[in-house]
Design a protein around this ligand. Structure first.
Ligand code: 3DU
Length: 272
């Protein structure tokens, strides 16, 4: 009982103690019996309808939140609503519902810029950010990991994206800096996810064979987050079978005629 109470205290977002993002995600997923991360994406709104977007997103979250372990925001909401006083309120709402929050900003700039980006998103309450390992460590990702460590938040790395052209970047053959041998770019990124202590690795559900390969490298140390289900052609079943720990699902739910039923159905397929 005592241990349980202690854990509750350590998960407090306002408290000094905070579990690592990875552990918090695992516990939240188990507690909520869901491995699904909602990609909180809505289509482009006309300028007349933009004022309604906040209410639309808020209502949507109120309806579907029981079926998810986390909500992943993207520019779809940050651009029209702004971060502070806009998305920040939705982040708080998600937290009030017991959900974890991820900002999919795919950090991809020089270190000093990345540091400012990370500080702002974490200040708005996000539990983790997604970053692009193409930028490398020194004066690239290092400041992001430093800020995350300081604030006890997470960093998730892109390892192999879900879209058709993913192979043009993530699938290139490169020379391994350590061995001098040939290696696939995504294999190198998976190794870096371990080396940097990333909290997650994104691998597209549209490429289950890549999930399998990356999972062999990461084992259980770095969980795989897999987007690309439904609208992009991937299936939750094959992603999970190949080793994904979390499924990221957007349009299949946000554009569904019956989002609650759809969310429930997808959640039931992938209970942890
Ligand atoms: O295709 P969906 O509507 O389920 O949305 C997928 C979300 O995940 C969307 O926000 C997209 O930007 C993000 N994402 C990928 O689809 C693929 C990646 O490799 C990384 C992120």
């Amino acid at each position: 009982m005592k241990t349980k109470e202690f854990l509750v205290v350590t998960t407090s977002r306002n408290g000094v103690f905070r579990l690592s993002f990875r552990v918090n995600m695992e516990q939240t997923s188990k507690k909520r019996e869901s491995s699904i991360v909602l990609a909180f994406d809505f289509p482009l709104e006309t300028s007349e309808n933009r004022d309604n977007l906040f209410t639309k997103a808020e209502r949507f979250l109120e309806l579907v939140h029981p079926y998810f372990c986390a909500v992943k925001f993207n520019h779809h909401l940050v651009l029209p609503l702004g971060l502070f006083n806009g998305v920040q309120k939705l982040v708080k709402k998600a937290h009030d519902f017991g959900l974890m929050t991820i900002m999919d900003c795919k950090v991809n700039d020089i270190g000093s810029t990345n540091q400012v980006i990370a500080e702002y998103y974490y200040a708005a309450g996000f539990d983790a950010l997604i970053a692009n390992p193409f930028i490398g460590w020194h004066e690239g990702l290092q400041p992001v990991f430093d800020v995350a460590k300081k604030l006890k938040r997470g960093v998730i790395l892109l390892v192999y994206m879900s879209h058709k052209a993913a192979a043009e970047g993530y699938g290139q053959t490169i020379l391994d800096a350590e061995t001098g041998g040939k290696i696939a770019q995504y294999v190198s990124f998976a190794k870096k996810a371990l080396k940097y202590g990333a909290d997650g690795a994104v691998v597209g559900a549209t490429y289950p064979e890549k999930i399998r390969e990356v999972r062999e490298i990461l084992g259980r140390t770095v969980p795989i987050y897999s987007p690309g289900i439904g609208a992009q052609g991937g299936t939750g079943h094959s992603a999970l079978e190949a080793g994904a720990r979390y499924l990221i699902v957007g349009r299949e739910i946000t554009l569904a005629e019956h989002p609650v039923e759809t969310a429930k159905k997808i959640r039931d397929l992938a209970k942890p």
